[in-house]
Design a protein around this ligand. Structure first.
Ligand SMILES: C[S@@+](CC[C@H](N)C(=O)[O-])C[C@H]1O[C@@H](n2cnc3c(N)ncnc32)[C@H](O)[C@@H]1O
Length: 211
């Protein structure tokens, strides 16, 4: 019998395309977006670091959610111009959403050493930091991100790995299974994955809380 993830990988992928948040496209499973809202409301991070901006929809969404307790969002991407160009036909001209509690670092890989120094300097001056990994979903990249970003997450906050349902052999699932078992300071939080029914998530094995 194939497990749920294996049976549903291709079906789960479809609904994300074409969603807008306040006019900006974003690529998220709505069940996961809502779970993330609940997590943010519960943990009230002062800084959310998002790897993977795309067109900025999820960054704007996070910024709007955390605004009421003075939280900030730092969103990182290698290249958003190509997405702005390719989205033109469907959505017209799209620029990154502006918020006073949202900043972007665009143009370097999320694991670039110079960028990581900057991110660390942002993280070390705030009391609570949450991380969302949603950039390249290749195993090699996710494992590097886990090593670089997990130490920045503060106690009681979350590290969320997105799109775990993608390729089980060369994607986030493999990186998660390699990274977390040897690190008892992390607790897997499957309740967010099953919030709306078993496995109605793109992020199976993706919600981790630092004890
Ligand atoms: C899945 S999309 C992000 C979706 C966005 N968070 C949302 O929900 O709308 C992945 C993004 O990661 C970016 N990306 C790919 N490789 C990267 C890397 N090495 N460093 C930083 N960003 C990268 C891509 O340019 C793309 O915009």
């Amino acid at each position: 019998m194939p497990n749920y993830l294996d049976a549903n990988r291709s079906r789960l992928r479809q609904p994300a395309w074409g969603q807008l948040y306040r006019g900006t496209p974003l690529l998220k499973n709505p069940c996961d977006l809502w779970a993330e809202c609940q997590i943010m409301d519960e943990c009230k991070p002062k800084l959310i670091i998002e790897c993977g901006t795309y067109l900025g929809g999820s960054a704007a969404y996070y910024a709007d959610r955390v605004r009421y307790y003075a939280g900030h969002v730092l969103s990182i991407d290698l290249n958003v111009k190509k997405w702005q160009q390719s989205a033109k036909v469907q959505f017209g001209d799209i620029s990154l959403p502006h918020r006073d509690n949202l900043s972007y670092q665009i143009g370097q890989s999320s694991v670039d050493l110079e960028l990581l120094e900057y991110v660390q300097s942002r993280a070390e001056v705030v009391e609570s930091v949450m991380v969302v990994l949603d950039s390249s979903h290749l195993y090699k990249h996710v494992i590097q991100e886990l090593h670089a970003y997990a130490p920045l997450v503060t106690k009681g906050q979350y590290l969320i790995v997105e799109d775990v349902f993608l390729d089980p052999t060369d994607g986030p699932e493999r990186a998660i299974k390699e990274f977390f078992p040897a690190r008892p300071e992390w607790q897997h939080m499957p309740k967010w994955e099953d919030m709306f029914g078993p496995d109605l998530t793109y992020n199976k094995l993706g919600f981790w809380r630092k004890k």
